[in-house]
Design a protein around this ligand. Structure first.
Ligand code: WQD
Length: 346
């Protein structure tokens, strides 16, 4: 059985969907602070597969231990974590506690049960700035915010854990900018409140929930002055987890992998593509740069291809098509859906 922490979240539900399609038996754990039971109900409906769900917080160590006692878990895909850069600056203690202590609890319980295969959700935010592009896994690591620092600290913890016991098999996945939605239009990004990230904000402008987009600066040294990022389709990202999981189940070791397309797009290019896809005008105003933003960040994804046999296949157009379908079908995300909001233990 595979334990997926944060399995009801944006990355989690797309990864759980693919794991179920691949025939894995799943145990999903989520504290539902930033996810919805509706996504789990849809997962059951769409896959018609059985899986187990626990409404548990990783900070509740005894509840976590019970899950390992009740299920024969062979590996863990660890996605649970708070992930907003801006929020982490306002609430650093919550971020360090939730992300780091949660991971420590998980690793301690795994060790206790002799389970030493782990896929960890990290982020390109650990690369900080001043790296040359495209960025490779051995680039200089630094970060300017508590969210990124929590990821960096966890990567170091996992490095020390592996050094102490070479039987561990750990894949650290550094996500670039995950966007888009499952092609069914049933699963997608459902940020609470005002979206921090570009794509959900743009799609909310397109559907009329938001008036206009604020473009954070157009005086960067990029082709059109706006920020350039490596947007990666959520379904490609999920596939990267499948490849990483099969790799860690076969061998031991610790490796970090960039999950990006290797291609950067600017804010204005995203706006233009989204307008093409949606047929809507996306009004925007250029405002000052956002603190902590860097000019450009895009991946050299060749290591994931060479070692995991993974590469992203979908381009920006398809990311916008799928994001727009999700937005149209679910104007309020998973809220106000007509399914019962009950906890399902199957
Ligand atoms: C993308 C570009 C903004 C919003 C963050 C986290 C990273 C990861 C993904 C978790 C930038 C511009 C954005 C807006 C804008 N999260 N922008 N107006 O900052 O690259 O990465 O999210 O792992 O860790 O750091 O993504 O989508 O916020 O910004 O102009 O309203 O869009 O300046 O150039 P970012 P983003």
């Amino acid at each position: 059985m595979i334990l997926v922490t944060g399995g009801a979240g944006y990355i989690g539900i797309h990864t759980s969907l693919q794991l179920l399609h691949e025939g894995y038996e799943l145990v999903i754990v989520d504290n539902f602070t930033n996810s919805s039971l509706e996504s789990i109900n849809r997962l059951k409906k769409i896959t018609k597969k059985q899986f187990k769900l626990y409404h548990v917080d990783l900070l509740d160590k005894s509840a976590l231990e019970m899950i390992f006692r009740e299920n024969k878990i062979s590996a863990v895909v660890h996605l649970a974590g708070l992930k907003s850069v801006g929020e982490s600056v306002r609430f650093p203690l919550e971020y360090y506690s939730n992300n780091i202590i949660g991971t420590l609890n998980l690793c301690e319980i795994m060790k206790k049960f002799g389970i030493k295969s782990l896929v960890f959700s990290s982020s390109a935010t650990v690369y900080g700035e001043n790296n040359k592009m495209p960025v490779t896994e051995n680039a200089h690591l630094s970060t300017t915010n508590p969210y990124g620092r929590s990821k960096l600290i966890i990567e170091s913890i996992l490095g020390d854990l592996y050094k102490s016991d070479k039987e561990w098999s750990i894949a650290i996945l550094r996500y670039f900018n995950p966007v888009g939605a499952h092609s069914s239009g049933q699963f997608g990004e459902a940020p609470n409140g005002t979206p921090n990230n570009l794509m959900p904000f743009v799609s909310q402008v397109a559907i009329g929930i938001r008036e206009e987009l604020k473009v954070f600066g157009d005086n960067y040294t990029t082709r059109d002055g706006t920020g350039v990022r490596d947007y990666i389709h959520i379904e490609d990202l999920a596939k990267g987890h499948i490849k990483a999981l099969s790799n860690i189940l076969e061998s031991s070791g610790l490796e970090a992998y960039n999950l990006g397309t290797g291609k950067g797009y600017s804010v204005l290019e995203v706006i233009k593509t989204f307008e093409e896809v949606s047929g809507k005008i996306i009004p925007y105003t250029i405002v000052d740069r956002r603190d902590g933003d860097i000019a450009e960040c895009y991946a050299d994804p060749s290591k994931a291809y060479d070692k995991l046999g993974w590469k992203a296949e979908k381009g920006l157009f398809e990311m916008c098509v799928d994001a727009w379908r999700w937005q149209k079908n679910n104007p309020n995300g998973y809220k106000n859906s007509n399914s019962k909001e009950e906890i399902i233990f199957t």
